[in-house]
Each structure stands twice: as structure tokens, then as C-alpha cells.
Design a protein around this ligand. Structure first.
Ligand SMILES: C[S@@+](CC[C@H](N)C(=O)[O-])C[C@H]1O[C@@H](n2cnc3c(N)ncnc32)[C@H](O)[C@@H]1O
Length: 462
């Protein structure tokens, strides 16, 4: 059927009313009324009447930016950051949304994903999930920032889904210790990128890593700092592909920076700061290579650990697995309570080294250097086990790993997820095997951005 929107091209402007938020940092609108072409509109809020400029055309949907607001939502605020606007820095998605409305927006996204992809009814969800919980101030939280360097040798952040560098002299969501650096006041002629890492727990402990020009890497000034290094990917990955009202992107594509990802280590040269970053949670401290993974928000490691323990309820003598364990954040907390064998599985050499070194006082902890899927398939990791915590990267664990987890017959599984779409897909697999999602908490570990961290309790059939 020919619809008028088939003539729309990038740069065209249309007036429309914006609908519900969708996964990916935008709202859904329909061009031509109900049943019309889906348009994912950034810089807008539900209910607003806007002029939207088409930014991308895809088979089955369009992307657009709200460039004029005719009827504003009561949840709209002036963006604190002057770079947060259509065509500006792509690092934040929700600067124009009030702090409380950001939590409501993210709550709706989690619920929508669990409904559409995991088959949980609104009534099911009401029993297990209330709303996304805030984690302190929406500004000054980001302890890891990757600057790309433009052709004029100026560092900056990337435009949304683009390799275009926006020179940003001060990123307001960056940790104060990062904002104070004068990196952006000088020129970086021989540099592809700068990775800046601040400790979440030691004031003013900051490391600057440089990716020299000419070094081979997938994440240099090309800006491919997206979830899988696959910059520029388009299309509604993470959706079922349906043209339903909210089948949006499960990946953030090539937006400027994805705060859920650690900097990649290859080819980086330390130009200032200590060799190791100190991170502390409760009574335990970690010494971590700056390019290794650590939770980005200063309150995230402690908040997530507390949520994992509250759901898992580890008892003395219970064995455990910490899958995708990084430096052993959750393994340490669980092993201290159980005193029993706890296996960390981690594929990054930096994570493995950090876990072995930092948990060496816990002889009951074993660290396996392997991909989780390989460790399960090759039976390096075999059940039975009492407790499992898993915290996979944005792609999620996948059906084979979920089946491996279920086959180990644990008493409880806690799934920590930085992408609600991936979580929902894996919950669907658990449910198909008779398991149930019985508790869900979600945290705003990445304020101003579309990202959400969830912690889910899954239990076997009674
Ligand atoms: C989101 S981080 C979580 C780390 C840790 N739980 C924490 O909170 O600090 C995911 C970790 O999984 C690791 N990883 C990614 N893919 C993996 C795989 N297929 N098998 C094992 N580990 C993997 C990454 O290196 C990273 O350390």
C-alpha cells in the first residue's frame, strides 16, 4: 500500500503528535495517524505536538529529531547541557526530561520490554516491579568518558548515531574530577581518542589513557564506542522486528558513548594518573586496571551488590557461580557470606587478573578464564550449584547459556542486566523452561541517558 510517508527523505520536516517512550531513548509516533509508518522521535516527550525532522529512513520505520515543540509536555525542562540538542552531542538522550519523568520513562520502557518480549502481563508485573529507582544526582556521575578527537585535533563526544565529533568543553554528567581536567583546552594532534577514568570511591584519582593516531583499534576516533563496537549499526535490533507500537532499538547504535561499556584496553597508552584505580565497596577494596570493567556510577557497585544479596539470600555453605564476573564484585560478597566454593567466569584477561588478585584472600573463590558459553558447553563449569548471579554485557546471555544455568539446578538465579530488552529475551527463555521472574528492581545508574540497570530474581518451578 502506498502511504504518503514513502516520499519522506532525510531532512524533511513533518508535524506530528508524539506517543509513548520506546527502548532506545526516543518516543514512538505514527505518521499519517494510527496504522501509519512508525517514527522514532528523539528530543521529544509523550503527548507533545512537535515538528520532527527525518534523520534516517529504514525499511518499516523512520528516525527523526523533534526540532520545534508546539505543545510541550509538563515534564519538559530546559536541558542543563548546552550540547544536548538535535545535531548536538549524542551522549545523553533525556536532558530535556525532568528527573522524575526520566524515572517514569524508564519504568515504562522496562515494563514494555517485559510485556512484549517476555510475555508478562501488566498484572504479573505489578506483583514484582514498582519503578526505576534513582541513584543520586542526575549530573556529575559518569566516571568513564571516551573522547574522540576530530580532524582539528580537538577532543569531543560523538553525535547520535554518527562519527561526527562535537567538541564538548565540559560534559555535565561526567564526574567532577573529570570535568576539572584541562584536556579539552589543548590540541591532540597525534591522538585518535582519550579515555578518562575516575575512581568511584577515591576523590581526584583520575587516569587518562590515550589512543595514539595510527594504532589499530576498533574504538578510535571513528567513534565506534557502541555496545559491540559496531558503530553505525542501524535497525531495530533487540526488537522482534514487529512494527508494533514500540519495536525500537535494543542497541544504542553508534551514539556518542555508551556508559554501560568499559573502555577497550588494546592500544591505549597511560599518559597520567596511577597504574591502578582503587574501587571500594563496603569493607573491600579492588585495585583495577583503568581500562578494565568497573560499574560507572559511583553508587552502582554498592547498590547492585546490595540488591543481588537481598534477592539471592546466600546462606552458609551454599555454592555459587558469578558469571560474567568482571573483577569479582558479586563473587566477593557472596563468598564472604557462604564461605563455600564460588566460581567466577570471566572472559577478559584484565577482569580475570583483577578477580584473582583482589579476591586472593578468599580461597573458596576460583576464577575461570573463559567465555561463559564455552565454559558451560565444554563442561569446565558443571552443576549442581546452589546460587547463580549473572551480569552479561548488553547482548544478554542468550538461550544456550540460560539452558546451561537451568541444567545446573540452582536454588536461585539473580540476573543483573544493563539492557532490559536482552533481559526480557532471556527471561522468556527461563519462562519457557518453567522458571519464573519473581522480583525485579531497576536502577537509574545512567541518568540523562536511555540506559537502565535491572536486577531480576528467577526461581525454578516449585
Ligand atoms: C557488565 S560487566 C559485569 C562485571 C561485574 N559483574 C561487575 O559488576 O563489576 C560484564 C563482564 O562480562 C565480561 N564478558 C563479556 N562477555 C563475556 C563472555 N562471553 N563470557 C564471560 N565473560 C564475558 C566482560 O569482560 C565484563 O567483565
Amino acid at each position: 500500500m502506498t502511504t504518503p510517508d514513502e516520499d519522506l527523505v532525510e531532512g524533511d520536516r513533518i508535524e506530528l503528535t508524539v506517543g509513548a517512550p520506546a527502548h532506545g531513548g526516543h518516543c514512538v509516533a505514527r505518521f499519517g495517524g494510527p496504522g501509519g509508518r512508525v517514527i522514532f522521535v528523539r528530543h521529544a516527550l509523550p503527548g507533545e505536538r512537535v515538528t520532527a525532522e527525518i534523520t534516517e529512513r529504514h525499511r518499516g520505520y523512520l528516525r527523526a529529531d523533534a526540532v520545534e515543540i508546539h505543545e510541550a509536555s509538563p515534564d519538559r525542562v530546559e536541558a542543563p547541557c548546552r550540547f544536548a540538542h538535535p545535531g548536538g552531542c549524542g551522549g545523553c538522550d533525556l536532558q530535556h526530561v525532568s528527573a522524575d519523568a526520566q524515572l517514569r520513562w524508564k519504568t515504562q520502557v522496562v515494563r514494555e520490554q517485559l510485556g512484549r518480549m517476555a510475555g508478562l502481563t501488566p498484572e504479573d508485573q505489578d506483583k514484582i516491579f514498582v519503578r526505576v529507582e534513582p541513584l543520586g544526582s542526575p549530573l556529575g556521575w559518569r566516571t568513564r568518558v571516551r573522547y574522540a578527537v576530530d580532524a582539528a585535533d580537538r577532543p569531543g563526544l560523538l553525535q547520535h548515531r554518527s562519527h561526527q565529533v562535537v567538541p564538548v568543553d565540559r560534559c555535565l554528567i561526567a564526574h567532577p574530577a573529570i570535568q576539572q581536567l584541562d584536556l579539552l583546552e589543548r590540541s591532540w594532534p597525534a591522538t585518535n581518542a582519550l579515555h578518562v577514568i575516575a575512581s568511584t570511591s577515591v576523590p581526584d584519582q583520575v587516569v587518562v589513557l590515550e589512543r595514539p593516531a595510527g594504532s589499530s583499534s576498533s574504538s578510535g576516533s571513528s567513534g565506534s564506542s557502541g555496545p559491540s563496537g559496531s558503530s553505525g549499526s542501524s535497525g531495530p535490533s533487540g526488537s522482534s522486528g514487529s512494527s508494533g507500537s514500540s519495536g525500537s532499538s535494543g542497541s544504542s547504535g553508534s551514539s556518542g558513548d555508551d556508559p554501560t561499556e568499559a573502555p577497550g584496553g588494546a592500544g591505549l597508552v597511560r599518559i597520567s594518573g596511577p597504574e591502578r584505580v582503587t574501587e571500594t565497596v563496603g569493607d573491600r577494596s579492588w585495585e583495577i586496571a583503568p581500562e578494565g570493567f568497573w560499574q560507572v556510577h559511583p553508587e552502582a557497585a554498592a547498590t547492585l551488590t546490595a540488591a543481588v544479596l537481598a534477592m539471592l539470600r546466600p546462606a552458609e555453605g551454599e555454592t555459587a557461580w558469578d558469571l560474567y564476573g568482571g573483577a569479582g564484585l558479586f563473587a566477593a560478597a557472596v563468598a564472604e557470606r557462604t564461605g563455600a566454593r564460588t566460581v567466577v567466569v570471566e572472559s577478559s584477561p584484565l577482569g580475570v587478573t583483577a578477580a584473582r588478585a583482589n579476591l586472593s584472600d578468599l580461597p573458596q573463590v576460583e576464577v575461570i578464564s573463559a567465555k561463559v558459553e564455552t565454559a558451560l558447553a565444554r563442561r569446565r563449569l558443571t552443576g549442581p550449584v546452589d546460587l547463580i548471579v549473572l551480569d552479561p554485557p548488553r547482548a544478554g546471555a542468550g538461550a544456550a547459556v540460560v539452558r546451561g544455568i537451568v541444567a545446573a539446578s540452582p536454588r536461585a538465579v539473580v540476573y543483573v542486566a544493563c539492557d532490559p530488552a536482552a533481559l526480557a529475551r532471556d527471561v522468556k527463555t527461563f519462562r519457557s523452561l518453567g522458571w519464573e521472574l519473581t522480583e525485579l528492581r531497576a536502577f537509574d545508574c545512567f541518568p540523562m541517558t536511555q540506559h537502565i540497570e535491572s536486577v531480576a530474581l528467577l526461581l525454578p518451578p516449585a
